[in-house]
Structures are given as structure tokens and as C-alpha cells.
Design a protein around this ligand. Structure first.
Ligand SMILES: [Zn+2]
Length: 445
């Protein structure tokens, strides 16, 4: 068998060696990419299955490797973390027959298989649902489903124990990368991390709006970094309001509701211009209420715990314990709870907010990724009216979809339209009948 596979490898190498992509058309190139991707998945499956035997036989140790993962990382040129994930799949795949078949058939990438196995190991009854999610929604979808399964299992644990465990896991690390940039990672208890995340997202949105007025457009990640930077900067002294108190003391509890100059320096926009926009009228920045949106199925909210397939999560963040949602519901000053049943939102329970905000929350819940089939963008999604307002399109959940800026641009400026949603909720991109004379725009990062 080894000779056969080695012969295939040599044949593949010979084909790639003479591959001249300058002389093939785009359609053939697409087929080549799809074929190579499938070969990659099949090869990953073969590597994973063989690795199980390398580990159980002890063959990894003969080269002086410290562990099976270290040996694999060295052979495959990957990180130890990636090697551990391969080993996790190798050890579990025998007990998951459908995953085994999908893996051998080249239907699952290594990253998808990791998510399926990680969750199915905790709840074997979820295997089929996870595989379906991988097939239908790709890696992002199966990651979301995997997080739900693990959260549902964790929900059955003693919540005091879970809180204690999470508290012990809190950490913050700094390091410096090759560009000399200060980097970091953190692990925070959900009740802290969710509020911090929402606050940064809120401030990043303000930076985005301020920059847009100046004709500047950076990435959502740039604006999140600006929001974090702003937390380290003292609030500016407020311009005196006639007849009012002068606010000259930075308030550590005051959330930034302004653009800081640091976000504009690279774009060479005058510092005073940026400040002027945000302090127009001499109004001091106001404190910002950080809003947390939770989507929870109706039955578990009453019952107090989750069953397989039910959800209790923050759109764009992930699952949270049902107990935490109940606490939010009881004391939720800044809370929006959407009570859902399956994919339909039956009731929107809103505390102190008006309809457009409810609609926005419902949209975020229904379209956590770009609504276009095959597109997995989750950042910087924009609202798109399927039937334009100018053509009497209404602002309703059914007439709105969230799409990435690239696809929104195709609708707005290149006459593309949105097909009806399929059974997964994703829509096809319909090109214009008469193609525009200009070349299609390059995809944005
Ligand atoms: Zn998209």
C-alpha cells in the first residue's frame, strides 16, 4: 500500500511541477483549486489515521522525539498545537463512525474535523448535527455548533464549580512580534469579557462613523485596536459649556465616545479635524451604556438548563450559561433578550429600546455571517435592503440581510441582486443580466 501511495505522490508532484497557470482560463483554475483542496483533505485524513498507529506502536520515539505530537509537528512542519489536534482526532475517530466516513471521503478539513470531534467527544449524540453543520455552513458554522454543544454540556455542571474554574483560568499575556508590534492575548471570565468586548465594539463603531465622515476607511480590526488604544488615553478636557460646569478631570468610568487622533495619523489627516468632528458644539463625551444581547430559546429559559440543539448565546460571541441569561433578564439594565424558537424569532423582549434596535438585534442573530452562499465573512457586515427603499422596499426582517462590504458593493454599484434564501438561510449572488463594461472589482480583504 505504501508503494501505491508513494507512486500517487510522485505523479502529483510531476503534475504540479509543470503546472503553468498563466495559460489556463479562470474556470479551469477554479476546478484545479477545488481538486487540490479535496486532495489536501484526503491526505490529511490518511495522515491522521496512520498517526494513530504511530502513537500506539511507539514508533514515534525511535528518532528521539519527546512525544508523538513533537514527532508529528517536526515531520509535518506544523505547530505542536496543530499536532495535538491531529492526535485528538486520531484517538476519537474510531468511536465516531459517521465522522470516520466523512474524513476518509475527503468531506472534512482537518479544522472542521477538530471541531466535530471536540464537541462529539463530550456529547456523542451531536455528531450528525455537527457534520451537517460542517457540510452546510463550513468551518465557521461547525465552530458555532461545536461551541453550542460544549456549552450545553457545561450548562449541566455545577455552575458554582464552573465559575470557580473559569476564575482560575483568567490570564493575560503580552509578547512582541517580528514587526516590533506589542501583541497580547487574554482569557477573561465571560461576565467580564463580554462587557469589555461589547464596549470595544461600540467604540470601534464610533471610530468607523467618524472616519467615514472624513472619507477614511480602515478595517474593523483597525477600529477595534483604536478602541483599545483609546482606553489607555485620558479623556480630553471638555470645552467649557456656557453657564455649565467645566469638566476637566478624566473620568476612568467614562467610555470613549469620540475619535482619538491616533486612528488618523497613518492617514495623514489633521489631528484637530478629527477632534473637531467629535467635540463639535463643545459637548463633553457622554458615558456609554454597554448593551449585551442574548438570544435564548424559550423552553430552556423556563426550564433552567439546555438540552441538545437548544441555544442560549450572544450573537457574534457564542454560548453563555442559561443561568447567566436569567440573571441578565432579571437585572438587565442594558439587556436585550430575544426569545427564539429554532430559526424563527417569535418574541423580541426588549428593555427600554425601540423597534429599530430590536430589528437590528434580530438581524445580527439571523445573519451572523455574510448572507451570500459561500462567503464566511463575519466582520464589518452591512445591512442590505433586498428590495430597495426607493422601490418601496420596507425596513423589515424579511427585506433585510446582512452582507459583507464586498458583496454590498456589488449590489449597490454593480447591479448584482440577491437570490431567495435556500433551506440553510443563505442566498445566491445573482450577476446582472448585462455585465457592466468594467472589470469586476477585486475582492476586499
Ligand atoms: Zn460576503
Amino acid at each position: 500500500m505504501l508503494c501505491e501511495i508513494q507512486a500517487l505522490r510522485e505523479s502529483l508532484k510531476a503534475s504540479v511541477a509543470v503546472l503553468d497557470t498563466d495559460v489556463i482560463d479562470g474556470s479551469l483554475a477554479k476546478q484545479l483549486v477545488a481538486t487540490f483542496a479535496e486532495i489536501e483533505r484526503v491526505a490529511a485524513a490518511g495522515k491522521t489515521l496512520a498517526m494513530r498507529r504511530v502513537e500506539s506502536s511507539g514508533a514515534w520515539s525511535t528518532n528521539g522525539a519527546a512525544s508523538p505530537a513533537a514527532w508529528l509537528a517536526n515531520i509535518a512542519g506544523t505547530s505542536i498545537g496543530a499536532a495535538h489536534e491531529t492526535l485528538m482526532i486520531a484517538r476519537s475517530v474510531d468511536t465516531l463512525p459517521e465522522t470516520n466516513t466523512a474524513l476518509r471521503g475527503g468531506k472534512l478539513s482537518a479544522a472542521q474535523a477538530t471541531e466535530v470531534v471536540r464537541a462529539a467527544a463530550k456529547d456523542p449524540g451531536s455528531e450528525q448535527r455537527l457534520l451537517e453543520s460542517a457540510r452546510r455552513d463550513g468551518l465557521i458554522g461547525v465552530k458555532r455548533e461545536s461551541a453550542r454543544v460544549i456549552a450545553a454540556v457545561r450548562d449541566k455542571d455545577d455552575q458554582a464549580e464552573v465559575a470557580k474554574r473559569q476564575r482560575a483560568l483568567r490570564s493575560l499575556h503580552f509578547f512582541r512580534d517580528a514587526e516590533g508590534m506589542e501583541c497580547g492575548s487574554w482569557r477573561l471570565e465571560p461576565k467580564v469579557g463580554i462587557v469589555l468586548r461589547r464596549r470595544l465594539e461600540h467604540d470601534a463603531n464610533n471610530f468607523f462613523n467618524a472616519a467615514r465622515k472624513l472619507g477614511v476607511r480602515d478595517t474593523p480590526e483597525n477600529y477595534l485596536a483604536d478602541a483599545l488604544t483609546a482606553l489607555t488615553e485620558p479623556a480630553p478636557a471638555a470645552a467649557p459649556v456656557p453657564g455649565g460646569p467645566t469638566d476637566t478631570h478624566p473620568n476612568p468610568n467614562r467610555t470613549v465616545d469620540r475619535a482619538t487622533p491616533s486612528m488618523f495619523t497613518e492617514n495623514a489627516i489633521d489631528r484637530s479635524t478629527a477632534c473637531a468632528i467629535n467635540t463639535a458644539g463643545g459637548q463633553p463625551p457622554t458615558a456609554v451604556k454597554v448593551e449585551v444581547n442574548v438570544v435564548v430559546d424559550y423552553e430552556p429559559l423556563l426550564r433552567g438548563y439546555l438540552l441538545p440543539g437548544e441555544r442560549c448565546e450572544i450573537p457574534g460571541v457564542g454560548p453563555i450559561p442559561i443561568q447567566q441569561a436569567r440573571e441578565y433578564l432579571l437585572g438587565g439594565a442594558f439587556l436585550k433578550v430575544l426569545i427564539a424558537k429554532g430559526i424563527d424569532i417569535r418574541t423580541v423582549c426588549h428593555i427600554g429600546r425601540k423597534i429599530p434596535a430590536e430589528l437590528n438585534t434580530a438581524l445580527k442573530y439571523r445573519d451572523p455571517v455574510c448572507a451570500i452562499a459561500g462567503c464566511e465573512r463575519t466582520k464589518g457586515l452591512e445591512r442590505h435592503h433586498v428590495q430597495a427603499i426607493a422601490a418601496n422596499g420596507e425596513t423589515s426582517l424579511f427585506n433585510l440581510r446582512r452582507v459583507c462590504d464586498h458583496h454590498h458593493d456589488l449590489f449597490t454599484h454593480h447591479n448584482y441582486t440577491l437570490g431567495p434564501p435556500d433551506h440553510t438561510g443563505k442566498c445566491q449572488l445573482v450577476p446582472p443580466l448585462k455585465r457592466p463594461p468594467t472589470k469586476p472589482p477585486p475582492p476586499r480583504k
